[in-house]
Every structure is written in C-alpha cells, then in structure tokens.
Design a protein around this ligand. Sequence first.
Ligand SMILES: Nc1ncnc2c1ncn2[C@@H]1O[C@H](COP(=O)(O)OP(=O)(O)O)[C@@H](O)[C@H]1O
Ligand SMILES: [Mg+2]
Length: 291
Amino acid sequence: MNDQAQGLRDLVSNQQSQPPSKATRIITVTSGKGGVGKSNFTLNFALTLQKKGYKVLVFDADIGLANIDVLMGITAKYNLYHLLKKEKTIWEIVQTGYNELKFIAGGSGFQDLIRLTEEQLDDFAEQVSQLNGSVDFIIFDTGAGLSKETLKFILAAEETIVVTTPEPTSITDAYAIIKMVSSMDKQVRFRLVVNRATDWKEGKQTADKISMVAKQFLQLDIPTLGYVADDGSVSKAVKKQVPFTIEYPSCAASQAIDKLTDDFIARQTPTDNEAGAVKGFLSRMIKLLKQ
Ligand SMILES: Nc1ncnc2c1ncn2[C@@H]1O[C@H](COP(=O)(O)OP(=O)(O)O)[C@@H](O)[C@H]1O
Ligand SMILES: [Mg+2]
C-alpha cells in the first residue's frame, strides 16, 4: 500500500511544476436514501452551471444505478470500466451530452476500484489528474448510502452536496450519512439541497430540521444550497430522456435550479490550493488508501 501511495504522491507533486490554467473544483452529490432525485439534480445543476459560463464535467460514480447517460438518452460508448482496464484514456471515455456537457458514464467500473493493483491505481490517478484545469467543476454523482467507494469520494472531495426530500425517512437518512462522514472527518464541507419540496416553507423546514440537529449533536454548520420544487415536469422529462432544464426551462424545478445555481456561484471562494482541487483530491485519496 505504501508504494502505491508513494506513486500517487509523486504524481501529485509533479503537478506542482506545471500550474494548470485554472483550478478545477470537485464536488460530490450524495444522499442517504435512493430515489430522492440525486441524478436529476446533478445533471441539471451541471447544465445550469454550464449555461452560466462554467465548464463542467459530470462523473457518474453510482455503481449500481448509474444513469446520467439514461437521463440524456445517450448510450455511452465507453465508461469507467474501459479506463480501469486500460482499454481507453480518460479523454476517450469522456462523452458529450446536451449543450456540450462533458460526462463520464459509470458502468460497473467503480466496483473494481477497491481491487486495483498499485500500477492500475497509479494509472487511474494519472488519468484523472489530466482533467485538472480542463474544466471548472467536476461533479460526482455518487450512490445512495455509505458504500466504501461513496465514502472515499465524499472524504476526498472539496465539498459534498447532500440531497434530501421532505419525507421523514429521507431526512433521517440524510442526517445519518452526515453523522457517519463527520465522525471520520470533521473537515468535510456539506451543503443541503431539499428536492421535491411542495413550497419554499416546506423546503426551509426540512433543511432547518437537519441543520438544527447537526448543530446540536455534531457541532456542525450545514448551510442550505437551496430548494427544488416537486414538479411533474421532472418525471415527464425523465420519460422523454431529456434533462428537465432543457425540455422545460421555465418549469418550477428549472427556475429553482437556476436560482440555486446563482447562489452557488455567488458563494464560491477561490480554492486555497494554487495547483487546483484535483491535486488536493488525489492527495486525500492517497491518505484514504493508506488506511
Ligand atoms: N423535483 C422533482 N419533482 C418531481 N419528481 C422528481 C423530482 N426530482 C426527482 N423526481 C422523481 O424521482 C425520480 C428519481 O430521481 P433520480 O434523480 O433518478 O433519483 P436518485 O438519483 O436519487 O436515485 C425521477 O425519475 C423523478 O420521477
Ligand atoms: Mg441516481
């Protein structure tokens, strides 16, 4: 394990000599419970960021239920699996979706990540590091709940967006995932998105419940990124396999994503790390792999 970590460390420090044009920030999107709208949120948030002038890459890291490609009606020719098997380079598995949105389809690749040899892991890290500077944001859509892989991505990323709905089961599961992750690393930054809220009030009440409990029992501040309306257009768009912000740009859910994205942009602080977040992400991955 140590040799493997050394390889990654060398790779990361080599990057320092060639500063990228701009820093890439890494965000994970997760939830306690499945089916809360994580993939729809990730995709439409990414498309909206892109519309507002940022370059975004969506990385589908949901092993069991990878479906970013399905939501766009695109059959991804290559996915992570081909990268891990060294059949393709990272640039060859990057697919292009609506409005030139770049994405990497999940496939079954992530299951293999924990079983990779040192050499394969070095290759993987080197390939991922090539993305540094090529986009402004890499957004990982992770699986629900806390699998080993999801946990590694959350712990390594700069910031994690937790998606919940106002349903009590979704709220308790969102809190459970926050509690588990923060017990392993207090530094992880979370932000909440309440999806499928009937109105603004219900969205706020849901977010308040989680942030109050997190404050009281975990001494954690969990800011809210925003609320997305429960909107029949989402399901209609899913059936058409067109992202809802593209198919129904003025529906309530699209408007909510638009506002939330503006708030997200307004609150961005420049990344501390000059060499960019991909480097930080890889360093943190090394630490996790050593454990
Ligand atoms: N804002 C919303 N309003 C109404 N229905 C929604 C909304 N978001 C998601 N859904 C419904 O929930 C389903 C599951 O969403 P999905 O993004 O695949 O969830 P996850 O990735 O969390 O499993 C969608 O197919 C859609 O029918
Ligand atoms: Mg999903």
